[in-house]
Design a binder for this molecule. Structure first.
Ligand code: UDP
Length: 468
């Protein structure tokens, strides 16, 4: 029997099974979970997407359940205190989630959607929603997780007990440049910490997150083997949990499958020379000081390249939007429309545009993967947590970018942009990685095979029945 027929036969069997997917309600987590939903739907599963709606003031939770495919979901509010947000979410969401799951598992006969009636195979939870483990266990429902960050940063999170024991943590100023031997190439300053006056709360959160990830029935990674083979090998050596590196998730989809407003960016890009534009974005959560904002603005102004800059309202601490910029800043840059500032951009499309030549990024994992997949070299300006690890790998392992090492300073930004724009080696490395990201999804590629294994793994679960 041919491979294709094999696949078709399997999908015939699979149709009629339902998966419950629950993302962490933040942009950088909802997007990959939506992409995973599309991928598994295309493999014959029906999908119920459980979206946590929350109100930042009172942190009251309700769950709305939508069958998938569906329209775009509402964007969550970026949080100003991520650590507290995650801690509270994992405490307060437990009971409403239990109620929500009880309703779903009792087969909502009132639903008119045929797919809502399909028996449930398992729960796929964002790894940061570790409250889902206890609830899934209490119902006897298999749970696997999607980790939306890199494998390499997870290794660092998993090493926290050791890092504390060996006194790399808490971080001391005099040790910043010291290499962490157990986690090379990371230095102490690359460790994935957050700024907090309650580090024990952070360590507790990480302990739960790591434990409920590695005790799940499988971990799905938005990464691919050629990129993180050594970290994946270390992780599989440390933990027996089945691992599925099936990324880059966004590359399974045609761009037209995801909604993309803000098209004005694309027509602006169109006016510039190939590979000449610096794209600047710090993701959906990070905030920066007014002083750093101005250093970036002057670095961009002085580098002489056109730039497209995403400044989210509220991203500059203490400002509504752009009022910290000197008046006439954009108009005085010289050349018509050399700088374009927007509140949000269709990032995947922007990075795929032939006029973009470099990405000044905070190195959130999605942004890092999206840049790698388009062969766009990076200037790394990590802000917190796993972004530090990602930036170190980009600059020193994959060698597809340069990291701002002296803080946020206009001269260094200008020099780094020029170097990256003109650097032949970095550009060649970026092209090679881009090709590897493409190949891993082809038939026989590592992510293609991992996805097949994941589907087989899901099919090995008994469908849920209340008697479990
Ligand atoms: N993003 C976007 N437009 C923007 C800024 C960000 O579409 O103007 C998307 C980006 O493509 C990525 C996600 O938001 O998929 C941000 O995730 P990432 O992990 O890079 O950073 P986070 O927001 O979690 O810090």
């Amino acid at each position: 029997m041919s491979d294709v027929m094999d696949v078709e036969k399997m999908e015939g069997i699979r149709r009629g099974r339902r998966l419950l997917l629950i993302p962490l309600p933040l942009e950088g987590h909802i997007n990959p979970m939506l992409e995973l939903a599309h991928i598994l739907h295309s493999k014959g599963f029906s999908i119920s997407f459980i979206h946590i709606q929350y109100c930042t003031n009172s942190l009251n939770f309700t769950f709305s359940i939508s069958s998938f495919p569906h329209g775009p979901l509402p964007l969550p509010q970026p949080s100003s205190d991520l650590l507290n947000f995650l801690t509270l979410l994992n405490t307060l969401a437990l009971t409403p989630f239990r109620d929500c799951l009880a309703k779903l598992l009792s087969h909502d006969a009132s639903s008119e959607d045929e797919e809502d009636q399909h028996p449930i195979s398992c729960l796929i939870s964002d790894a940061m929603c570790f409250f889902t483990q206890a609830v899934a266990t209490s119902f006897g429902l298999p749970r696997i997780v999607l980790r939306t960050g890199a494998i390499s940063s997870f290794l660092a999170f998993a090493a926290f007990p050791l890092l504390l024991q060996k006194r790399y943590l808490p971080i001391q100023e005099c040790q910043l440049e010291k290499v962490v031997e157990e986690l090379g190439p990371l230095r102490v300053k690359d460790l994935p910490v957050v700024n907090t006056n309650d580090p024990h709360k952070f360590y507790d959160l990480l302990r739960n997150f790591v434990h409920e990830t590695v005790t799940s029935l499988g971990v799905i990674w938005n990464s691919f083997e050629a990129l993180e083979s050594s970290s994946l090998a270390k992780l599989t050596h440390q933990f027996p949990t089945p691992m599925y590196a099936i990324g880059p998730l966004h590359k399974y989809l045609q761009p037209s499958q995801m909604p993309h407003p803000h098209q004005s960016c694309i027509s602006w890009l169109q006016q510039h020379a190939p590979k000449s534009v610096v794209y600047v974005s710090f993701g959906s959560i990070a905030s920066i000081s007014e002083a750093d904002f101005l250093e970036i603005a002057w670095g961009l102004a002085n580098c002489d390249h056109p730039f497209l800059w995403v400044v989210r309202p509220g991203m500059v601490r203490g400002c509504d939007w752009l009022e910290a910029l000197p008046s006439g800043f954009l108009e005085n840059l010289g050349g018509s429309g050399r700088g374009h500032i927007v509140k949000w951009a269709p990032q995947q499309q922007v990075l795929a545009h032939h006029c973009v030549g470099a990405f000044l990024t905070h190195n959130g994992w999605n942004s890092t993967m999206e840049s790698i997949c388009e062969g766009v070299p990076m200037i790394c300006m990590p802000c917190f947590a796993d972004q530090n690890v990602n930036a170190r790998y980009v600059s020193h392992v994959w060698k597809v970018g340069l990291q701002l090492e002296k803080g946020v300073e206009r001269g260094e930004i200008e020099r780094s942009i020029r170097k990256v724009m003109e650097g032949k080696e970095i550009r060649e490395r970026a092209s090679i990685l881009k090709e590897e990201a493409r190949l891993c999804l082809q038939r026989g590629g590592s992510s293609y095979s991992s996805l097949q294994r994941l589907v087989t793994h899901i099919m090995s679960f008994n469908v849920y029945s209340p008697s479990h």
